[in-house]
Write a protein that binds this ligand. Structure first.
Ligand code: HAS
Ligand code: CU
Length: 554
């Protein structure tokens, strides 16, 4: 188990393990593919064009929107991370992966897919990815999502097994940074997932099976958002891991500061969960003070992303200057834009600046009244999960798939073009969405068939449609590159290692920053903070108000 697997020749993992990781991430990219097709239809609807009827098996708008959200936001992100993070941790700690755990992650993921695909394609679960009660889906949908979470727990257990094994042999040593940030990410997720675990296993699943006759919509919503804000960081942090630890190496730079990077991830562990009420500012039944407290903590969790913006840009600057860049901005031009893995991720970072700004506006309690439930919100989240994350994971694929298959990347130039097309597309799309949202254009509405319309939505809708078309084209080109790489890429010419960057300011062995490695303590501190932020609500609200039967409008 402890054999050193990283050597100057590269990082070699047994072919079976490689295959298991490959299929885990393939499922993720397949989900991306399935999801973007529906995304295209959604964008066209805003432009007033109905193409839904050309989709086989599709019986309605909400079925397509559910497929889009569930496939892209839930399956793509988790399948990717469940394969990627164990691989990175194994590399960082130079420890062999555990085949049993890789099998466990993959097969629970496969089972989750089968159940959810069945439920969604047969129109038994058109409840959208937020799964709000009293809309009721078929039990296979809830069970499938529970299995998706189980798959992520197996992956989390894998990280812990690797770390504990490493610690036994390296007493008193600092945890290598790359492993630390991977473990911190999934530690946060374990805490965050408690909300949906209770909601799905305790209420929605038994309710869909008829064991519980009625459920409590507000409690289920609250439990969903207990998990739901933190979940966006479970999507984001694998991208941050790449931006912090891998991209600097790809551009010839360095991580600016090892301790700062750890502080950022510890802050996400502490502050991701106790912010969920910022999705429920307009919900009745939750006290104003509780909402205001969550608003405050949301501004707290904004900080680690701000720190990331400065430190990731600084690490890029080191790379750009080392490559001969001069002047205030000259280094940007010298970054290796011809490397599709780099250009996709740089463009992903750029879109995230606007994702962050719109997020702050959402979080501002009173401003939220203007944008809540409007098209502004999908404008916001396509510049976060829809590009900062999705485009980064496409960029990562450009080295990861060659590494996992041993084949050379096919169509380097096509890959660079796809990143630009996607990024320009998402910016046009989001411009349409956010301006329409400010003008009251609703989200989650089939505008192409709506009986009401406002003339001033025309431009916003058209931009949304044009941007969405470019995004779809960019995504399709991504799949062409990946499929061609897998089928026709030159064998034996893939990268043989997973290179990660060194830190300009390294970790110390006796300074304050050694405390950051006490992930167990930080986890306990996070539990305490969550208890303070959610405790009063649950104390005042419980027991559950089981009042609502299930409704199916599909
Ligand atoms: Fe959000 C709603 C607040 C981040 C996803 N968000 C959503 C929904 C989704 C989502 C899916 O407070 C809709 C949920 C639903 O269906 O109802 N969000 C925030 C805040 C942040 C934030 C404060 N969101 C994200 C991320 C997501 C995501 C990340 C996915 C991955 N969001 C909200 C709120 C709502 C909400 C309310 C509810 C709205 C409502 O009314 O329903 C922050 O974490 C953002 C921090 C980000 C930054 C940006 C840092 C920039 C970096 C890039 C640096 C690179 C540079 C470029 C400068 C501070 C790190 C360099 C390039 C070169 C070329 C050199
Ligand atoms: Cu949120």
């Amino acid at each position: 188990m402890s054999a050193i697997v990283a050597s100057p020749e590269g990082f070699d993992i047994p072919p079976d393990d490689r295959r298991l990781i490959r299929w885990t991430v393939y499922i993720g990219y397949f989900a991306l593919f399935a999801g973007v097709a529906h995304g295209f239809a959604q964008a066209m609807s805003y432009a007033g064009i109905d193409i839904l009827r050309f989709f086989p098996f599709l019986q309605g708008y909400y079925q397509g929107l559910t497929a889009h959200g569930v496939a892209n936001a839930l399956f793509f992100t988790f399948a990717f991370s469940n394969g990627f993070l164990p691989l990175l941790t194994s590399r960082a700690l130079a420890r062999r992966l555990h085949s049993g755990l890789l099998h466990g992650t993959l097969w629970t993921l496969v089972a989750a897919n089968i159940l959810v695909i069945f439920a969604v394609t047969t129109n038994r679960a058109s409840v959208l990815y937020t799964s709000y009660a009293p809309l009721q889906a078929h039990w296979t949908y809830y069970l499938g999502l529970v299995l998706l979470v189980v798959s992520s727990y197996v992956a989390a257990a894998h990280l812990i097994v690797l770390l504990v094994g490493w610690k036994k042999e390296h007493r008193g040593e600092r945890i290598p940074l790359l492993a630390f940030i991977c473990v911190a990410t999934y530690a946060m997720w374990i805490l965050a997932s408690l909300g949906v675990a209770v909601s799905f296993i305790g209420f929605l699943l038994p309710w869909s099976l008829g064991i519980l006759e009625r459920t409590d919509p507000l409690l289920n919503r609250t439990l969903f958002w207990f998990t739901g804000h933190a979940i966006v960081y479970v999507w984001l942090l694998p991208a941050y891991i790449s931006w912090y630890a891998l991209v600097p190496r790809q551009v010839g730079g360095k991580i600016v500061s090892d301790p700062l990077t750890r502080v950022v991830f510890v802050m996400f562990l502490l502050l991701s969960v106790p912010t969920g009420f910022h999705h429920q500012y307009t919900d009745p039944g939750i006290g104003t003070r509780m909402k205001a407290f969550h608003a405050l903590l949301t501004f707290g969790v904004f900080y680690p992303s701000l720190a990331t913006a400065f430190s990731v840009v600084a690490s890029l600057e080191i790379g750009g200057r080392a490559r001969g860049g001069r002047g205030v901005l000259g280094w940007i031009k010298r970054l290796p834009w011809g490397d599709p893995s780099v250009s996709a991720q740089l463009l992903a970072m750029f879109t995230f600046v606007f994702g962050g700004i719109t997020g702050l506006i959402n979080a501002s309690y009173t401003m939220n009244q203007v944008v809540h439930n409007t098209a502004w919100i999908p404008g916001h989240f396509h510049m976060t999960v829809g590009s900062a994350v999705a485009l980064t994971l496409m960029g990562v694929a450009y080295w990861l798939i060659p590494y996992l298959t041993g084949r050379k990347l096919w169509g380097r130039r096509v890959a660079v073009a796809q990143a630009w097309i996607y990024a320009v597309g998402v910016l046009i799309f989001a411009r349409g969405m956010i301006s329409g949202g400010l003008d009251g254009m609703p989200r989650r509405t089939f505008l192409a068939a709506a009986a009401y319309h406002k003339d001033s939505w025309a431009l916003a809708g058209a931009l949304t449609g044009i941007g969405g078309t470019l995004m779809t084209l960019g995504a399709l080109l991504f799949f062409v590159v990946i499929v061609m790489t897998i089928w026709t890429g030159r064998r034996g010419e893939g990268p043989t290692d997973i290179p990660f960057a060194e830190a300009l300011l390294p970790p110390t062995t006796s300074g304050w920053d050694t405390k950051l490695d006490r992930l167990g303590w930080w986890f306990v501190a996070a539990v305490v903070l969550v208890a303070i932020a959610y405790g009063p609500f649950f104390l005042q609200y419980l027991p559950p108000h089981l009042v609502s039967p299930g409704y199916r409008f599909f």
